[in-house]
Design a protein around this ligand. Structure first.
Ligand code: TXE
Length: 489
């Protein structure tokens, strides 16, 4: 029985070290994807909330940038400790808010949120810069100072994971932050905000503003006090932000969409590859920009591999995200479910054949009103059709055969996206050569989503510009300045 709207939990912003209601008292509805029920209210923040946060971050910046990196690291380690201590509550909140299985939320999302913060707490104490000697003439040294007040904007698919992935390096390098989580999945950012206060993060260093892209996201990116924008989300939104900020010459990091190829060769480790390719296509209900949604299979094993993949996918347990044995949960919203269902219809109109799945799943009990789709594999489509060219971002993948390495590479690169790819073959010299020629920012060989946080993360073309991770992130959130001193001057 859902509560009356006015009795709902009202999420709050974090501004200047305090949990605050939106100034104008406006809220957006927040639904539980597994049940379709309204269960909380999210601040519909606007420019009045924005200005309070900007003032707080601006005021906090000088002290935060001037304390030692060791002191910043201490606060961040305390925050990571609190995330770990509260991981069960955070995982449950994430599963309810996003619809993902609770085991995935705990083992991936919340685990990585703490790891993100701990990684950059350590990294900032080791962050150094360069010097360049000009023999007997002069010495150059590079300063890398924080930018000031920066904006971090994140999407709904990996809510706390991607939220902290941006905030951690920004804070660790001495910037103060205005962070905006997705209005579709605000809950863990709200709980995280309370942990920031408990960890002793100084007031104004991090400010969390909830609300829609239009009412708070857009004014956040264009505010003159914002020195840089780190954004993760859809490619169209990335374009909008790039256009809106161009006149202000802001520093931008854009992690956008993907339509990632999976290349399966006849000499792959067959049984393991079937399992891993299924995981790469359907993890998080296919709502990870890194998911392998275009599966290319060498002709000689096409039928056998496709059959084995169908069998593997049909064993996946689709169900209540709060059940520990659920492997696929609900899609994040009714509108996103309908978008994915429309692509399944489009695929059939384009001549595709549904090999398994292809329909909404209607559950019993508490999830009867939820947003579930049967994991779907589609064959018989041309590489240049919309189904194979547009990002669907759901539990839907296509299979196509290729005859040789040249054709596989051509089909894989035939995309406006360029984020990630995976190659499955025991011929390692072939894999190195394919990796070199794939037009993506990330290539996995005989693995998928194996992540080292030191590595550059991001894509090319419609998948974005700039890189996150390791030194790339520390350098994005600092400004290099070269100082040249002439000897005997
Ligand atoms: O994106 P949206 P979504 C991509 C994924 C998919 C999308 C899903 O491929 O396409 O993200 O996330 C805010 N100015 N990636 O639908 O709508 C909005 O409120 C400022 C790629 O949420 O673009 C939300 O907080 N902000 C990625 C955020 O932007 C605006 C990994 C994203 O919203 C705005 C994960 C505006 N004009 C998902 N409009 C990768 N490559 O790593 C919206 N927002």
């Amino acid at each position: 029985m859902s509560l009356a709207r006015q009795e709902m939990l009202k999420i709050q912003n974090l501004i200047n070290g305090q949990m605050l209601d939106p100034v104008d008292g406006k809220y957006l509805d927040n639904f539980e994807p597994a049940t379709g029920q309204l269960y909380a209210l999210t601040p519909d923040s606007n420019e009045r909330d924005l200005q309070l946060a900007i003032d707080a971050a601006d005021h906090a910046f000088p002290d935060w940038k001037n304390i030692s990196s060791e002191n910043r690291a201490q606060v961040l380690h305390r925050l990571a400790d609190l995330i770990e201590h509260n991981q069960d509550d955070l995982a449950r909140a994430e599963a309810i808010d996003n619809g993902k299985p609770i085991t995935l939320a705990k083992n991936v999302d919340i685990y990585r949120a703490a790891a993100n913060i701990r990684f950059f707490a350590n990294a900032c104490t080791q962050f150094s810069s360069e010097a360049h000697a000009m023999e007997e003439v002069a010495i150059n040294y590079t300063l890398r100072d924080p930018l000031g007040v920066v904006a971090c904007i994140s999407p709904w698919n990996l809510p706390l994971y991607l939220f902290t992935w941006k905030i951690a390096p920004a804070l660790a390098t001495g910037n103060t932050v205005l962070a905006k989580p997705s209005e579709i999945t605000p809950m863990t950012a709200y709980l995280f905000s309370q942990l920031c206060i408990e960890a002793g993060l100084p007031a104004g260093v991090l400010n969390v503003l909830h609300g829609s892209g239009q009412s708070i996201g857009a004014p956040l990116t264009t505010h003159p006090k914002i020195k840089a924008v780190s954004f993760t989300g859809g490619s169209n939104t990335g374009t909008t932000i790039k256009q809106a900020t161009a006149i202000h010459h802001k520093k931008l990091s854009l992690e956008l969409g993907g339509k990632n190829p999976t290349l399966v060769f006849a000499d792959c480790d067959f049984d393991r590859t079937v399992k891993e390719v299924a995981r790469s296509a359907f993890a998080n209900q296919g709502q990870i920009c890194l998911c392998g949604s275009r599966i290319y299979i060498e002709q000689s094993i096409f039928d056998r591999f496709t059959e084995a993949l169908i069998e593997q996918v049909e064993q996946l347990n689709v169900g209540d995200p709060l059940n520990a044995d659920t492997q696929l949960g609900a899609l994040v919203s009714e509108s996103h479910m309908n978008k994915v269902l429309s692509y399944i219809e489009l695929a059939q109109a384009e001549g595709g054949k549904i090999l398994t799945g292809g329909n909404q799943m209607h559950m019993d009990g508490r999830c009867s009103g939820g947003y579930f789709i049967k994991p779907t594999i589609i064959a018989g489509l041309a590489n240049n059709c919309r189904t194979n060219q547009e990002e669907i971002f759901g539990p839907v993948c296509t299979v196509q055969a290729f005859n040789d390495d040249v054709q596989a590479l051509m089909m894989a690169n035939d995309s406006e996206y360029g984020l990630a790819a995976s190659i499955w073959s025991q011929d390692i010299s072939r894999c190195h050569l394919m990796a070199k020629q794939l037009n993506t920012g990330i290539v996995w060989i005989n693995c998928w989503l194996l992540r080292d946080l030191r590595t550059p993360f991001g894509g090319i073309k419609a998948s974005g510009s700039g890189r996150e991770g390791g030194l790339e992130a520390l350098r994005f959130f600092t400004e290099p300045k070269n100082v040249c001193i002439q000897f005997n001057s």
